[in-house]
Design a protein around this ligand. Structure first.
Ligand code: IPD
Ligand code: CA
Ligand code: CA
Length: 262
């Protein structure tokens, strides 16, 4: 069963990638969703339709939750899709955008795939079997301290939305890390934690489709994913994400807690 799910998951994100790639370098016209910085392009909608219909044609009794088309977690198996993660990058022709898809049984991710069409990089995982980048086994960064770590976050997004982020805590982390990065695509940043390009990724108020596949891929690469306070994640709920190599998790949470303002 898991093989069939995995094969369908990988095939679907590759199809998504081909749709995105057919618009490479094209300055897309955009619609606004919740604000002028929350964008939708025709490609988000086209990818969602293509992936949803391919998956449901093959698994008609499964549930499907997509960022653009909605859905829920009522069925035993649920597919969770972010058709284009990094839509702002995509709309600006900046090549940090991916398709992210995972299949859950209840609250447990069984398979996940994140495909980056710009670099032809496929990050994938099967529960209990490991995580891969283009078929090669991946592992998280070996860093044991923040001083050796590259940490990614997308602070401005949250600032503008006036969301409950811990700015003093983030400033403190900034003093201790080797570098801070911001790639603007949560799923890509989680994939990079999984393969060791980033040591950690920290972000507030993400949605299930942003982290649905990343949760499994990071865990299967030997990393750890929790909420920013270290608590366990219910993948059906929005919230913060701290994905790391596990070794620097405690140090990050420690600074966030020491400098918490509320
Ligand atoms: C967004 C990106 C961004 C993150 C936002 C997400 P979208 O997803 O992952 O990096 O900071 O919270 O909503 O809108 O490009 O799919
Ligand atoms: Ca997203
Ligand atoms: Ca999206």
């Amino acid at each position: 069963m898991i093989e069939q799910l995995y094969e369908a998951c990988v095939a679907a994100v590759r199809t998504a990638g081909a749709i995105m790639k057919s618009h490479t370098g094209e300055r897309m016209s955009v619609q606004f969703k919740t604000s002028w910085s929350d964008l939708l392009t025709e490609v988000d909608t086209a990818v969602e339709q293509a992936v949803r219909s391919a998956i449901l044609a093959r698994f008609p009794d499964h549930g499907f939750l997509g960022e653009e088309g909605g859905g829920g977690w009522e069925k035993e198996f649920t597919w969770v899709l972010d058709p284009v993660d990094g839509t702002t990058n995509f709309a600006h022709t900046l090549p940090n955008f991916v398709c992210s898809l995972a299949c859950y049984r209840g609250r447990e991710a069984l398979v996940g795939a994140i495909y980056d069409p710009s670099r032809d990089e496929l990050f994938s995982a099967k529960r209990g079997e490991g995580a891969w980048l283009n078929g090669y086994r991946i592992q998280v960064d070996p860093a044991t301290t923040l001083r050796e770590s590259l940490v990614s976050t997308n602070l401005l997004w949250d600032l503008r939305e006036d969301r409950a982020l811990n700015l003093p805590g983030m400033q403190e982390i900034g003093k201790h890390v080797r570098g801070i990065r911001s790639l603007g695509a949560a799923a890509l940043e989680m994939a990079y934690v999984a393969c060791g390009r980033l040591s950690a990724y920290l972000q507030w108020r993400l949605s299930p489709w942003d982290f649905g596949a990343g949760l499994l891929i990071v865990a299967e690469a030997g990393g750890l994913v929790t909420r920013a306070d270290g608590s366990e994640i219910d993948p059906t709920q929005r919230g913060s994400i701290l994905a790391s190599n596990g070794r620097i998790h405690g140090e990050i949470i420690g600074y966030l807690q020491q400098h918490r303002t509320e």
